[in-house]
Design a protein around this ligand. Structure first.
Ligand code: ADP
Ligand code: TPW
Ligand code: MG
Length: 580
């Protein structure tokens, strides 16, 4: 039927027509899509131009992977699918890493790729950039669709949007063969074929029996703990989560991207007493966090010997019991679940609820103060060359003074130490490597963060991490974005001190000594600064944040200061054979 509509001869000369290009633009606008992140080329170059002319913001990147990471984090920040647009085969594959990353992290994103013609691809006749992209994408995302007829564009996009944001959010692939864009159909029929997605992510209300079970388990706790994950940050149920934490009197531990949901300086924050609360707690309430490797799978030494009961709030029923038994699963969207836990006289917000034992909160606070005090002098050092703590000490103050700025962070030591040292004060202000610990998210996240929110970005990047997306400094300059990049330059991966024992090639983990990343920014008209002391670093970052000019500061860090793999060196397999 769709084909018939598309191919019907115009009834009169004056018949108004539309085509695939216009229908896709109209479908996107109808569904509130405002921004597209991508790289142009056959067959989507004209689509980008036309979308821009129609008022969409179309941001061109230097590599699809970075456009993809931008789209993924746009999804996290807005609860709407971030759109990444790529060309066929190689462009598609470059975007695919980000699509898989979005799916792994539960971020809604749609990878829209042009592709070559079905009849040529299916007979493997060697088309320009030929690849069966739909088949390849399927294993990397929540859903994958292909549209063959212009009249199905509306439905195709609607399905993609709904699949991306409903239930557990994730990545969706939308395959658009070149021919589709030029297909012509009656404009009125085209308009009617568009679909506005109503209630794309419907509330999922928890079963009252599950809520009661959870309250009963929590009531019996002597040493309860709340763990907030990035799902809680995504849910944008900030006030309800704050009420739950404060009315329950339970210490909370934020996962990396949930930092700031409540300020890290909140009296109940257990961030600086992490090992204590994981070991000693007896009931753990997981809110939008998974018991994956980042939480040692909920067992082993990290969690101590004391028996524990888990309450888990998650929209994905299959997440329950994934690693350990969940005593009280609460399946639903976080906003609805937290509201249900607070509700009624017997709920946490009600008159009959008794706060968590204060001796436990007191013990956690004492541990936290002890750890904070231990770290304080290290953050004030003025060493030259700088070490991580000296550099982070000044950046920590800058973030405190600018709580609306968004912090982007990647690296190994640069990641782990920044996460530990820099307090975050507001929700969704810390973006990083996510569930995979992937290097390369930096510039894509920095760009999308400021484009989507209007807030400035401070990106703290290991020199290796930065290299994965460094060419996007041109993109940052081209769009004149308020992004300040600080490269922690320790001459390499983990440390810059490795040597090759067998030959003249440099060791595998080291880079050019004394490299000047600041010059990269200058090449495109941005501000470059070389900083060798915490004072210089502070001045340069403050100037960048005040001016909003694209800036890259090459922060020279002692090459010997870091440790192998930062805080996760234990995950490195070791050879049992004698080292040569
Ligand atoms: P972290 O890495 O911060 O621990 P994870 O990415 O492991 O967080 O976990 C996020 C969890 O949040 C996922 O299991 C996902 O299903 C869940 N989630 C995402 N959005 C929602 C929502 N709106 N309501 C309920 N659960 C959600
Ligand atoms: C896509 C492996 C983890 S951390 C890291 C690499 C290459 C770089 C660490 O060096 P950096 O930080 O950034 O200079 P620092 O402060 O410790 O010196 N490829 C991908 N993802 C990952 N995680 C890796 C490789 C890795
Ligand atoms: Mg490094």
């Amino acid at each position: 039927m769709a084909e018939a509509a598309a191919l019907t001869k115009p009834e009169a000369e004056s018949e108004e027509l539309t085509d695939g290009f216009n229908l896709l633009i109209d479908a996107m606008k109808l569904n509130g899509i405002e921004t597209i992140y991508g790289v142009p080329g056959i067959p989507i170059t004209d689509f980008g131009r036309m979308a821009q002319a129609a008022g969409l913001r179309v941001l061109s990147f230097r590599h699809e992977q970075n456009a993809g990471y931008a789209a993924a984090i746009a999804g996290f920040l807005t609860k709407k699918p971030g759109i990444c647009l790529t060309v066929s085969a190689p462009g598609f594959l470059n975007g695919l890493t980000a699509l898989a990353h979005a799916t792994t992290n539960c971020f809604p994103m749609i990878l829209v790729s042009g592709s070559s013609e079905r009849e040529v691809v299916d007979l493997q006749q060697g088309d320009y950039e030929e690849m069966d992209q739909l088949a390849v994408a399927k294993t990397m995302c929540k859903a994958a669709y292909r549209v063959l007829h212009a009249a199905d564009i509306g439905i195709g996009l609607a399905r993609a949007i709904r699949a991306a944001v409903s239930g557990r959010p994730g990545g969706v692939y939308l395959d658009l063969p070149a021919k589709l864009f030029g297909q012509v159909m009656n404009a009125e029929a085209g308009k009617k074929s568009l679909v506005k997605v109503i209630d794309a992510a419907p509330a999922q209300i928890p079963d009252p029996a599950a809520v009661k079970r959870a309250l009963d388990v929590l009531k019996g706790a002597k040493k309860p703990l709340i763990i907030l994950g990035k799902g809680a940050a995504y849910a944008q149920a900030d006030d309800a989560i704050k009420a739950l934490v404060e009315k329950s009197g339970v210490p909370f531990l934020p996962m990396s991207m949930a930092k700031g949901l409540l300020p890290d300086t909140h009296p109940q924050c257990a961030g600086a007493a992490r090992s204590t609360v994981l070991k000693d707690s007896d009931v753990v309430v997981m809110i939008g966090a998974r018991l994956n490797w980042l939480l040692s799978h909920g067992k082993g030494r990290t969690w101590g010997d004391a028996p524990k009961k888990f309450i888990q709030i998650d929209i994905e029923p299959k997440e329950m019991d994934s690693n350990v038994e969940i005593a009280a699963p609460v399946v639903g969207d976080i906003g609805s679940c937290v509201a249900a836990l607070l509700d009624g006289p017997n709920g946490i917000g009600g008159g009959n609820w008794t706060k968590a034992p204060s001796d436990w909160m007191g013990a956690v606070s004492a541990k936290r103060e002890e750890n904070v005090a231990k770290m304080a002098p290290r953050l004030m050092n003025n060493n030259n060359p700088m070490d991580y703590h000296g550099a982070l000490g000044v950046l920590r103050t800058i973030v405190k003074e600018r709580p609306d700025a968004i912090l982007v962070n990647e690296g190994a030591n640069t990641l782990d130490l920044t996460r530990g040292v820099i307090d975050i004060y507001k929700p969704r202000k810390r973006l990083d490597v996510g569930t995979w610990g992937v290097m390369g998210i930096g510039m894509g996240q920095a760009i999308a963060a400021t484009v989507e929110t209007g807030h400035p970005v401070l990106a703290i990047e290991g020199d290796s991490a930065f290299g994965f997306s460094g060419m996007e400094v041109e993109t940052i300059c081209r769009y004149n974005l308020p992004v300040c990049i600080v490269v922690f330059n320790n001459d390499g991966i983990y440390r810059g001190t490795d040597t090759n024992k067998a030959g003249t090639d440099p060791a595998t983990t080291v880079f050019v000594k004394g490299a000047r990343y600041d010059k990269m920014m200058e090449a495109f008209g941005g501000v470059g600064v070389n900083a060798t002391t915490p004072d210089e670093l502070k001045r340069a970052v403050n100037a960048a944040m005040d001016s909003g000019k694209p800036t890259l500061i090459n922060a020279v860090i002692d090459p010997a200061a870091g440790s192998e793999s930062g805080r996760i060196g234990n995950l490195n397999p070791q050879s049992k054979l004698k080292k040569k």
